[in-house]
Ligand binder design. Structure first.
Ligand code: ADP
Ligand code: MG
Length: 729
């Protein structure tokens, strides 16, 4: 009897929501208490150092080395008051997780005792022995050491007993080994390029910020049921499992009442997030059963990326406190929606221009159109790269699955903005000026523009890169990905495009054209150029795939091939021109992407083989033997009549025998396919072999396992089933 399965189901049913100790304070009182933010800096740092830190954080001023000691001392005193005994450099290696190595503050005091110390040099830089992090050969080629260096633009925070210092992770020779270093460079590049373009409209603009508001989807599963699924435990998704009779077809989960036990978890999560300065705002049920979402208010992109990594850590940690496991995998269950992350992205200036929001005046709207059109041009030019930036072994299950954005990057603008671009494209700038003259209004008048009130509800859920009124929403990002990957790509390509735009407009001005006329002319050219990437129809349809291919958009779905976009000539020259990554860094990163792809599929294939052989087959054959025994006995006591009445059982015996046979043969082939792939030398070829031979083999075997689940005695089945995993909370 499968006692474990029934035991964990029974326990899961009995679980009551944990009493959440509700903070007696209002959010504004506990928001940011665990962050070394401006308020704590003001309290713990001398006035001049405080002002300098604010200048660094807000304007990117450079830090003098001498300041680090003073900041470190203040930071230490602040952290110790919160109970911290350790510190760590917190960084984002290329594994989509965060890394930390904790050191205690203690030092010998020379008198047989200890003191707690934290010097500037420990804050500013460290050499973690991180030789096991993926580096794509960079550290072998260049220099073995890797350094973490303080990022003062993202505030330090205290988690449990540890002061965490956000850092970048680079090699001795300066190559990036993480997500944060290129992200900071991309943010700087788009700032610089966008400020230059802003100066056509407002010479007072000093800085352009990149903003990110992510929405994080996730599943919760009861901890006991999770523990009884080796596949969930090791690969984060179910590798087998027959669909539940009821799943999301009634659409009764989406936005439904949040189950009590889940609500208690969410409350706890939000309080902890708020304490870390993460402005958690929205929570709701998602489409699939047991699927939920959390979204904060948008923030500056670097901070938002850090906050997303922190929230994912908190989700996993707090879920356990409530007897749940949090699944961040993009596709934990076949047949129902997977989880993604929507990255809402926009640009805004230090003096209040929201560059992706329509304004009130013609001037503001020309500025708005300029930035929107440049973004579209960049997305068109680099649509393959944008897809590469969100592609992974796990997200590949979700893309194109008729629930998530398709594996073709296009942009939905909504009727109003589409109409506007169409009419702008077709009017000659002469016309525009004539209209202006007649009306005797401003120098330039585009009658449609000043009244722009882009409708926020005009949505197209099938578009991977949709304009949503005041921002673009990049919906193809994977739920467990580091947001930085997508944000490096989008900010870099837009930076490159804005630089090109300025060059063209300046050339027109130099040839004697009026500034505004020149801007309109170039905007019109770009509207024509980026047309193929605009698509307002159904992104899930087969017709779109054919149409997109005709338009020259990238339609590749094979993950190892998609990664190649990072090393295409146009990508390398783009990243190098904006100073974000070099060819060597890009090549190294691709090695890592292929390696991680291979390892993820390899792990899945191993667990899958194990489970097939030692969970499924023994149970199926045991049940088959029971049936055989029954048929024999029926015949013994009832003779021919017994045999006749056993006809369907005999069919069932054959069915089980056939499935078991297919599974056994399949697993042998699966193991062989792995062995062949493992012998290949290049990371690319290995990943491709896993994609072509191992992935489809697992799918084929799964079919037979899921068939067995349908017919084998429920009491014998060793694994919690979909209906149990998704409905018991
Ligand atoms: P929906 O599910 O309708 O897309 P949500 O309210 O769940 O919307 O999430 C929208 C996200 O977009 C939030 O994080 C929000 O703060 C963010 N956002 C809103 N305006 C902007 C903007 N101008 N730039 C970047 N992000 C934004
Ligand atoms: Mg959204």
């Amino acid at each position: 009897m499968s006692s474990l399965r029934f035991q964990v189901i029974g326990e899961a049913f009995k679980k009551q929501p944990l009493d959440v100790v509700m903070p007696t304070k209002r959010p504004e009182e506990y928001y940011g208490v665990n962050v070394f933010n401006k308020a704590s800096m003001f309290k713990y740092l001398p006035g001049d150092v405080y002002r300098k830190m604010v200048d660094i954080m807000e304007n990117g001023a450079t830090m003098e080395r001498s300041m680090a000691d003073i900041v470190a001392d203040g930071m230490k005193r602040w952290a110790m008051e919160l109970g911290a005994t350790h510190y760590t450099h917190w960084f984002h290696p290329l594994t989509d997780t965060t890394a930390e190595k904790h050191d205690a503050f203690i030092e010998h005091n020379g008198k047989g005792g200890i003191i707690e110390e934290f010097e500037g040099k420990l804050l500013a830089q460290q050499e973690p022995d991180a030789s096991s992090f993926p580096n794509g050969g960079i550290r072998a080629t260049f220099e073995a050491r890797g350094y973490s260096a303080w990022d003062p633009t993202s505030p330090a925070f205290v988690m449990d007993d540890t002061l965490c210092i956000p850092t970048i992770f680079i090699s001795y020779t300066g190559e990036s080994l993480d997500y944060k270093a290129p992200l900071l460079k991309a943010i700087h590049a788009v700032d610089k390029a966008a400020v230059d373009v802003c100066h056509y409209f407002d010479s007072a603009v000093k800085k352009v910020y990149s903003y990110l508001g992510w929405e994080q989807e996730y599943f919760l599963v009861d901890e006991g049921l999770y523990a009884a699924r080796p596949d969930l435990l090791m690969s984060g998704r179910t590798l087998m499992g027959h669909g539940s009779a009821k799943d999301q077809q009634l659409e009764d989960h989406y936005f439904g009442a949040i189950p009590e036990r889940v609500q208690a978890f969410m409350k706890d999560l939000e309080v902890e997030a708020m304490k870390l300065g993460i402005p958690a705002k929205t929570r709701h049920n998602e489409v699939a059963p047991n699927q939920f979402e959390l979204a904060p208010i948008f923030e500056e992109t670097n901070l938002a990326c850090d906050h997303n990594m922190l929230v994912m850590t908190l989700m996993k940690k707090i879920a356990r406190k409530h007897g749940f496991r949090c699944l961040l995998h993009e596709k934990p269950f076949a047949g129902v929606n997977g989880s993604g992350k929507h990255n809402n992205w926009s640009l805004g200036t230090d003096n209040g221009h929201r560059l992706m929001s329509p304004g009130k005046t013609t001037e503001e709207n020309l500025m708005f159109v300029t930035f929107v059109v440049n973004t579209l041009a960049a997305v068109y030019r680099h649509n393959g790269l944008l897809k590469a930036s969100i592609m992974s072994a796990t997200n590949a299950h979700r893309l194109g699955g008729n629930e998530a954005p398709p594996a073709i990057i296009s942009s939905f603008l909504g009727k109003q903005l589409s109409d506007l671009l169409d009419s702008l494209e077709n009017s000659s700038s002469d016309d525009l000026f004539k209209i202006a003259g007649k009306a005797g209004k401003k120098m330039l008048d585009m009658p449609q523009i000043p009244e722009l009130l882009i409708d926020n509800t005009d949505r197209n859920r099938t578009s991977p890169f949709a304009f949503t009124g005041n921002r673009f929403e990049f919906r193809a990002v994977g739920s467990e990905a580091n947001c930085a990957s997508a944000m490096i790509a989008i900010n870099s390509i837009v930076a490159e495009q804005l630089v090109m735009f300025k060059k063209e407009v300046d050339a027109l001005i130099a040839s004697g054209m009026d500034k505004k006329e020149a801007i309109i002319k170039e905007v019109q050219r770009l509207i024509k150029f980026c047309k193929p990437v605009r698509f307002d129809g159904n992104g899930y349809s087969e017709e779109w795939k054919a149409e997109a291919a005709k338009r020259g958009l990238d339609c590749q779905t094979c993950a190892p091939e998609v990664f190649k976009y990072y090393t295409k000539d146009e990508t390398v020259s783009m990243f190098e021109s904006v100073g974000v990554m070099t060819k060597a860094e890009l090549e190294a990163r691709n090695e890592i992407k292929w390696e991680i792809y291979t390892k993820k599929v390899q792990i899945e294939a191993r667990i899958f083989g194990d489970m097939a052989i030692n969970h499924i087959i023994p149970v199926a054959t045991a049940y088959q033997s029971q049936l055989v025994d029954n048929v024999y006995k029926m015949k013994a006591i009832l003779g021919d009549e017994g045999e006749k009445l056993s006809a369907s059982n005999i069919e069932l015996i054959k069915k089980i025998a056939n499935c078991v046979h297919q599974i056994e043969v399949g697993v042998t082939e699966l193991t062989d396919a792995r062995k062949v792939a493992n012998r290949l030398n290049s990371e690319y070829e290995k990943a491709l072999a896993y994609y072509n031979t191992v992935v489809p083999k697992m799918e084929a075997i799964r079919y037979h396992i899921d068939k067995l689940e349908e017919v084998v005695d429920n009491a014998l089945w060793p694994l919690p089933k979909y209906r149990e995993l998704m409905f018991i909370r």
